[in-house]
Design a protein around this ligand. Sequence first.
Ligand code: UDX
Length: 442
Amino acid sequence: MGRQIAVFGTGYLGATHAACMAELGHDVLGVDVDEAKLAKLAAGELPFFEPGLPEVLQRNIEAGRLRFTTSYQEAADFADVHFIAVGTPQKHGELAADLRYVDAVVESLAPLLRRPSVIFGKSTVPAGTAARLSTRARELAPDDAFAELAWNPEFLREGYAVKDTLHPDRIVLGVDSTRKGNAEVVAREVYAALLEEEIPFLVTDLPTAELVKTSANAFLATKISFINAIAEICEATGADVSVLADAIGHDARIGRRFLNAGIGFGGGCLPKDIRAFIARAGELGASQAFSLLREVDSINMRRRNKMVELAREAAGGSLVGARVAVLGAAFKPDSDDVRDSPALNIAGQIQLQGAAVSVYDPEAMENARQLFPTLEYASDVPTACAGADVVMILTEWKQFTGLDPIELAKCVRQPTIIDGRNCLMPKAWRNAGWTYRGIGRP
Ligand code: UDX
């Protein structure tokens, strides 16, 4: 039997979670303050690009299992299982996470609860947040027993959001170890279909659950910056980091995934999450351990500068008056997300140094234009590359990795390509007359 569930926040995480919970057979109400966004979702339209999610959304709206509202009262009346899935962005001018949206859900929801309910936090938060919110929810609820708070972090990747929600690698549930509660029983009901697939289910205390999420992201970021640091050494010695990654990746303890050297990580999660982790470690007096993560962050940012330098060299020592084509604006392929996108950041820096930059991305044009309105946007690859002195591949879309170097050479002024994701076959491009530069590759 399905449960009645409310999901607060209908951004990437919340919209995906709401639709997927309905797909599991639950009755779901998505709650947000943004009416325009809700109207779109209710009409079965996603405000972002995520393969496979529109179908799940539409199917469940039609089946009557998924609705949307701005009313917290309606949510509290309807559901006794609540998920917090609002954003925790980086604070302006600080490393720390901005928790105002998470706090606002608890502040608004808890006073409206009229029966025993479980609030599951999914948002990524600094360790200690869940315990604080647990106390606060009980204070605000009309009866102490109405508000139980647990933490159930989300590990979804953009581009695989449906799969990661319905078939995750693991389910982690942090419960308040100082009180007896119902959260584990409720979570087992909500995720019954997943547990049948024998997906590992780990029950922890609240801070462990919060830290599982932040450490997983910190580890992934470290892996990427590790290989980018090795790429710097490869550049200095003439070694090839791609071959090296294949070779070390065969060791099962290391693994090949997340060892692609390039312009580094971006997006709405890894950059802000490692920064929030550094900030929290500092507050807790454990800042020395986290000088490692500062280094991870600075190696990552250094790759962006390195790309600008490469472009300057390729343009003959100065970017003033050069035409640069930037292929890719999204922070990774199969996404229209440009939050902290290394591609756009590099495009912006190159333009600031005097080049005419023309950007093309298969999905992220609208978002890119909003964030960086001063860049020039082209309608397709040949238009972006017309008359270019330098072509840069900054997001490894299939459309770009499959480009024909002979064809593309016809539109440019000078056949120079910089492969910021090491996603092209250097030989094929060189044979077609291009000057090819990759990252950490001879
Ligand atoms: C990430 C985590 O993977 C996910 O588990 C978490 O819940 C949210 O954050 P996502 O932001 O969707 O997911 O992106 P991810 O696929 O992890 O890629 C992050 C960035 O790292 C991208 O900019 C990507 O281009 C870059 N990357 C990834 C590399 O530079 N090299 C790699 O080998 C892998």
